[in-house]
Write a protein that binds this ligand. Structure first.
Ligand code: DAH
Length: 340
């Protein structure tokens, strides 16, 4: 095991040495020290060792971890200094130039998508509700019927503020808030920021955006859910877009489904982007509101039923504009934003 750790260390140190870009450095950090990193995975195997070996190897692994962390942070400082120098040289501002034009800004592509989605649902008869980004565990998990041992509850997946409070991991708690505050019929959407303890990569960010929808009334059925989402997808992405509902599991809906839509690139014909399947996967999650969730909010499931759905706004924005890196949405670099 020590040999394996040494090998990881040597590989890591030599790749850190030759790195020239900050993103590559971050990649090495995730690959070696991240949640699913080489060193982290090796430490999971510690259980196989004898009682005597365990503390020795454990201490050694910690030393190696600290050394790699130090090298990474030294390298980071070195690269940032270099980058700064280049920036100072190339982004000099000519303060003597006169500007007599007032430059008007415009909405961020993410906000634009969010407003477009809200407007569309509003036209379909939904009202718009806002919910807080700091939520109770009660609304974010308990009342949504999420079992105590659900992995999403773990401190390695969720930002807890204290035992009972967290940064909401999805927009679904706004369903709970609405049902506690209003009697059916309910037809609402709610969009906003959500937070999860994710490593940053091209498609993940610890802060992202979702939109949630909820309908509760007498006699609401799965057919209403499917029809509503079909209308939404054709309105938003184009008449030729098809949907496919795949059975799935969410604690707060039963039955639950994930929805795929025709590939955005080839519109279903099959291309490299969709692995020749014709489908873009997992655009949204949805289902019939679980009777427990209705009961938790004081609504009688024998009288009322409902459907709900939720989807990522960042992903939709990226698909819409052909953006391949989520970081671009958060960097606030004018050269990127000016294109929209
Ligand atoms: N909250 C789910 C998530 O973040 C998405 C979702 C799935 C929302 C099904 C719903 C739903 O309202 O019915 O992954």
């Amino acid at each position: 095991m020590k040999d394996k750790i040494n090998l990881i260390k040597e590989n890591a140190l030599s790749s850190i040495k030759s790195i020239e870009k900050l993103e590559d450095l971050e990649q090495v950090r995730v690959k070696v020290l991240g949640k699913k990193g080489d060193l982290t995975l090796i430490l999971r195997e510690m259980g196989k060792l004898s009682k005597e070996e365990r503390p020795i190897i454990g201490q050694y692994a910690n030393e190696v971890r600290a050394e790699i962390e130090n090298r990474i942070s030294d390298k980071k400082i070195e690269l940032e200094e270099k980058l700064n120098e280049i920036k100072i040289r190339t982004e000099k501002i000519d303060i003597t130039r006169s500007i007599n034009r007032f430059e008007m800004g415009h909405r961020h592509p993410l906000n634009e998508t969010m407003e477009e989605l809200e407007n569309l649902f509003q036209r379909m008869g939904f009202s718009i509700i806002e919910g807080p980004e700091i939520e109770t565990v009660e609304n974010n998990f308990n009342k949504l019927n999420s079992p105590m041992n659900h992995p999403s509850r773990s401190t390695s997946d969720t930002f807890y503020i204290d035992e009972d409070t967290l940064l909401r991991t999805h927009t679904s708690p706004v369903q709970i808030r609405t049902m506690l505050a209003q009697k059916p019929p309910i037809r609402m959407v709610s969009a906003g920021r959500t937070f999860r303890y994710d490593e940053v990569d091209d498609t993940h960010s610890p802060m992202f955006h979702q939109i949630e929808g909820l309908v509760v009334d007498k006699g609401v059925t799965m057919a209403n859910l499917i029809d509503t989402l079909n209308v939404f997808i054709k309105e938003f992405f184009g008449e030729d877009m098809e949907t496919r509902f795949r059975p799935h599991h969410f604690p707060f809906t039963e039955p639950s489904a994930e929805v795929d839509v025709s590939c955005f690139n080839c519109h279903g014909k099959g291309c490299e982007a969709c692995n020749y399947t014709g489908w873009s996967m997992e655009l949204l999650g949805c289902g019939m509101v679980h009777p427990n969730v209705l009961r938790n909010c004081g609504i009688d499931p024998k009288i009322y039923s409902g459907f709900a759905f939720g989807m990522g706004i960042d992903r939709i924005t990226m698909i819409k504009h052909g953006i391949n890196n989520i970081r671009l949405l958060y960097d606030n670099d004018k050269r990127f934003l000016q294109q929209f």
